[in-house]
Design a protein around this ligand. Structure first.
Ligand SMILES: Cc1cc2nc3c(=O)[nH]c(=O)nc-3n(C[C@H](O)[C@H](O)[C@H](O)COP(=O)(O)OP(=O)(O)OC[C@H]3O[C@@H](n4cnc5c(N)ncnc54)[C@H](O)[C@@H]3O)c2cc1C
Ligand SMILES: *[C@@H]1O[C@H](CO)[C@@H](O)[C@H](O)[C@H]1NC(C)=O
Ligand SMILES: *[C@@H]1O[C@H](CO)[C@@H](O)[C@H](O)[C@H]1NC(C)=O
Ligand SMILES: *[C@@H]1O[C@H](CO)[C@@H](O)[C@H](O)[C@H]1NC(C)=O
Ligand SMILES: *[C@@H]1O[C@H](CO)[C@@H](O)[C@H](O)[C@H]1NC(C)=O
Ligand SMILES: *[C@@H]1O[C@H](CO)[C@@H](O)[C@H](O)[C@H]1NC(C)=O
Length: 487
């Protein structure tokens, strides 16, 4: 009997603790920071906004409360209170990571960074600072008045967590990944200490934070980065009907292999819609994003512009306009039951054609099971990897380009049964892995599914594991919030 009661206690203890840990962390944080910075009203508009995610299944999770820190100190107090209560938590930037619990939490504390949104520009050093709240569109709008920008998202609606995962920008072929332009970070460590990370102070932490993923070594409360000039861009999208798929894939392959102009940047995207095929070619399209830093692209895009198109929006644009292509609300409009997967391939063989074939066959045989399917080709030219190296390299220690990342997006229709959902996700995973990844190249964190274990593909993985141990020694973050696995 005693044994039974004890076992029951052992079983229920952690559960009981789990259920009350969130509320107890929340009441402590409320007493320490004041109620205006904490929201527990599940029916309020503000609570609703904070629990909206780009991948909408996460909208269903109900944190015990949402904390809106206004300083690094507030973040520190919150983390210590969460730890004291043994609660789960999540840190939310823009909320675009589709992996469950990366920036969402059920019955724990959600730290919503949206109130941390200060920015500054120093014309003498050309250094820019931004805090993690808001989206890159806000950041671009701020710096453009100095005719400057920062290396960040290609779409204005994406949040700053992008930079911690590396960050691929239209400017990357010139300046490297978003994280390569970091010069100093303010970070609240898992134990609540507020530290600076740069290549002279905590250089190991600085290294890991440049592309080693958010949510692992602490919470970044301020980014100091090298700003970049932003004048006139020749840019736009061109939409082609699918019969041109082979010409376009050839042109993408040639661009990856041969383009040497770092001012020219593309994303090539193949899209499949849920509409029936009917041999009318209305269920698929190719959207080319073409961006040139300067008013005249010369013949950098000639292999694309010679292909007949349905729609062409190319012309002279400002940088904020470039980030609003195809439309300013693109990120919002693509909210849904979204999942990402990623592939990495070399450009010296026919893998880009193989990947497209496999993807297209899968799309044909799974009609009705997706509401959107897209395959995005993202070139990593040598100029990008050179620019990264010249600034000290990042956590990926990117091998010399050219090579490319493939981003696979699957949007499933609403109302799918759990078993149908699991089946389609498994089939999608198998389709992606049937095009084998190149040896020695890193999977891109920002486009990866958690089960792809991207960190383990980095040549620096062991070093990152050590750094993780050093800064999260008792596994507080590893145990209490979602994120990439270090095991
Ligand atoms: C429509 C769309 C377009 C995209 N375009 C690009 C692109 O052009 N280039 C590119 O590289 N990627 C792109 N991505 C991928 C994108 O980088 C990732 O989805 C990224 O995780 C988004 O960051 P976020 O702040 O919006 O999301 P969140 O989910 O809020 O954050 C992502 C992760 O980082 C953590 N995190 C966020 N901020 C901090 C912080 N300050 N300190 C510690 N941890 C933090 C979160 O806890 C979470 O685990 C795109 C994604 C979408 C949906
Ligand atoms: C409240 O949080 C602080 C840290 O911010 C911590 O030191 C204290 O122990 C917590 N109190 C309780 C009752 O958990
Ligand atoms: C930005 O560029 C425009 C056009 O060249 C110029 O007229 C303006 O003075 C510049 N602004 C600043 C702050 O340099
Ligand atoms: C365009 O394609 C041709 C091959 O048809 C190739 O030689 C050339 O380098 C390509 N140019 C660019 C900029 O991709
Ligand atoms: C420190 O950063 C500068 C860029 O500001 C870079 O040129 C230099 O190589 C870095 N040093 C190290 C040791 O990484
Ligand atoms: C926390 O992490 C450690 C090390 O990985 C593990 O041994 C422990 O069981 C975890 N604790 C909880 C409560 O999950």
């Amino acid at each position: 009997m005693l044994y039974f009661a004890l076992s029951l206690g052992v079983l229920l203890g952690p559960l009981g603790c789990y259920a009350s840990a969130g509320p107890s962390a929340c009441s402590n944080i409320t007493s320490l920071l004041g109620s205006p910075k904490v929201n527990s009203h599940k029916l309020s508009l503000k609570y609703h906004k904070s629990t909206e995610y780009w991948s909408t299944p996460q909208d269903a999770y109900k944190p015990s409360c949402i904390v809106y820190p206004e300083s690094a100190h507030d973040v520190s107090v919150a983390l210590q209170a969460i730890r004291a209560a043994d609660s789960r938590f999540a840190v939310k930037g823009g909320g675009h990571n589709p992996n469950t619990f990366f920036s969402s939490v059920d019955q724990g504390v959600l730290i919503d960074l949206s109130s941390l949104s200060e920015k500054s520009y120093d014309p003498d050093t050309m250094l820019a600072t931004y805090q993690p709240g808001g989206v890159f569109g806000d950041i671009y709008d701020y710096f453009i008045k100095y005719n400057r920008t920062v290396v960040g998202a290609r779409l204005s609606g994406v949040g700053t967590g992008l930079a911690l995962g590396g960050g691929m920008s239209y400017l990357s072929p010139q300046y490297g990944m978003a994280c390569d332009s970091f010069r100093e970070l303010e970070i609240v460590l898992p134990d609540g200490q507020i530290v600076t990370a740069s290549n002279t102070t905590n250089p190991d932490l600085f290294f890991a934070s440049r592309g080693g993923g958010g949510n692992a070594y602490g919470v970044v409360t301020k980014y100091t980065v090298q700003s970049r000039p932003a004048g006139q861009f020749f840019a736009g999208i061109r939409i082609h009907a699918f019969p041109h798929k082979d010409t376009i894939i050839e042109a993408i392959g040639n661009f990856i292999r041969y383009n040497t102009d770092p001012k020219a940047s593309i994303i090539g995207t193949y899209e499949k819609l849920p509409t029936p095929d009917l041999n009318l070619n209305i269920d698929e399209a190719i959207i080319m994003f073409l961006v040139y830093d300067g008013p005249d692209p010369g013949d950098a895009f000639a292999n694309f512009t010679s292909v007949p198109h349905l729609i062409d929006t190319t012309g002279i644009k400002t940088y904020p306009e470039v980030a609003d292509m195809p439309v300013s609300f693109a990120t919002e409009a693509s909210r849904g039951n979204n999942m990402f997967r990623v592939g990495v391939h070399r450009a010296d063989n026919e893998e880009y054609k193989h990947a497209l074939e496999v993807w297209r066959k899968w799309a044909e045989s799974n009609k009705g099971k997706y509401s959107l399917l897209s395959l995005d080709f993202q070139p990593v030219p040598k100029s990008l990897t050179d620019a990264s190296k010249a600034q000290g390299g990042n956590a990926m220690q990117m091998p010399d380009g050219p090579w490319f990342w493939l981003n696979y997006l699957l949007t499933t229709p609403p109302g799918m049964s759990k078993s149908d959902y699991n089946a389609i996700q498994a089939s999608f995973r198998d389709m992606v892995s049937s095009t084998s990844n190149a040896e020695g190249l890193p999977l891109f964190i920002n486009d990866a599914n958690r089960d792809q274990h991207p960190l383990s593909t980095f040549s620096t993985y062991e070093k990152l594991q050590e750094i993780k141990k050093r800064y999260d020694p008792d596994n507080f973050f590893a145990n209490k919030t979602g994120g990439w696995s270090f095991d």
